[in-house]
Design a protein around this ligand. Structure first.
Ligand SMILES: [Zn+2]
Length: 282
């Protein structure tokens, strides 16, 4: 198992536990950090029925895989997590900074057809239990948020464009403004994503991040610039008022772990998508 090599100081980093249920592999938040009614999981490519470059648990409908096959995979993951696919809510994911507030009337949006995903957003928040916020990714940074006391959860999809728009901060603000979550009570988990070990970027992208975050998020490897996208998102969450002790970060690199994850950057062609899932059981 490859890990993001650049450990973030003073941050609990080994926060995910691998589980396999009926052959479906996923990572979930360690029990010690979780809450009894919290579902917080990141799927892998293990345990599905997709073939070829999508083998096997592809959950993305927009990548060229057969839709019925993807639905079987989504049902398999739902079963493993003990949730219903009918209650999934997905975002269109346009690499932007917009967030939608989700209620039980949204249940099922984008679960069975990508056209019905909540349009124009990369972040979702809800205070409705039994509503599962889902985003899809393969290198981009998935972030999940929860405030157990207020019963509020959120999710964000942050590629480098989304990170620059501070989509994570937008989810935090939505939790505060719409549901009254005290920022000191919000916890966040930055999930498996492409790490600085594997994420080479051009000068133009690197300079954008340098101007916002300084050199902390950039490293030079073999004369090439590498971006630490999870760390940039982490910095934005700190800037947004989250307490450092309430931000957890996975050290799993999607590109390093070929057997476990799809990687858009590594696979250089058609590939699948993992899902991040967050919600509260009723
Ligand atoms: Zn890597």
């Amino acid at each position: 198992m490859g890990f993001i090599g650049d450990r973030i100081r003073d941050l609990p980093t080994d926060v995910l536990t691998y589980r396999g249920i009926d052959g479906v592999g996923f990572f979930e938040l360690d029990a010690a950090l979780s809450a009894p009614n919290l579902v917080c999981a990141f799927s892998t490519r293990v345990g599905g029925v997709s073939q070829g470059p999508f083998a096997s648990l592809n959950l993305g409908m927009h990548v060229g895989d057969d839709s019925q096959t993807v639905l079987i995979n989504r049902q398999r993951l739902s079963h493993a997590l003990g949730i219903s696919l009918d209650e999934w809510v997905t975002a269109e994911q346009v690499h932007g900074g917009a967030v939608a507030v989700v209620t039980d009337s949204h249940r099922g949006r984008g679960a069975f057809s990508k056209e019905l995903a909540v349009p124009g957003v990369d972040g979702l928040v809800t205070n409705t239990p039994g509503t599962w916020l889902v985003c899809f990714y393969a290198d981009c940074v998935p972030m999940v948020f929860w405030d157990i006391a207020k019963g509020v959860v959120g999710i964000a999809h942050a590629g480098w464009r989304g990170a620059l728009t501070n989509i994570g901060g937008a989810v935090v603000r939505a939790m505060q403004e719409r549901f009254g979550s005290p920022v000191g009570e919000i916890r966040a988990l930055i999930g498996p994503a492409i790490g600085p070990c594997c994420y080479e970027v051009g000068e133009d992208v690197g300079e954008k991040f340098r101007s916002l975050f300084g050199n902390d998020v950039l490293t030079q490897r073999g004369g090439r610039m590498h971006l630490h996208l999870p760390k940039a998102n982490y910095q934005y969450l700190l800037d947004g008022g989250l307490l450092a002790r309430n931000i957890y970060i996975s050290r799993l690199c999607t590109a390093c772990n070929r057997d476990m994850f799809y990687s858009y950057r590594r696979d250089k062609g058609p590939t699948g998508r993992m899902a991040a899932v967050v919600g509260l059981r009723e």
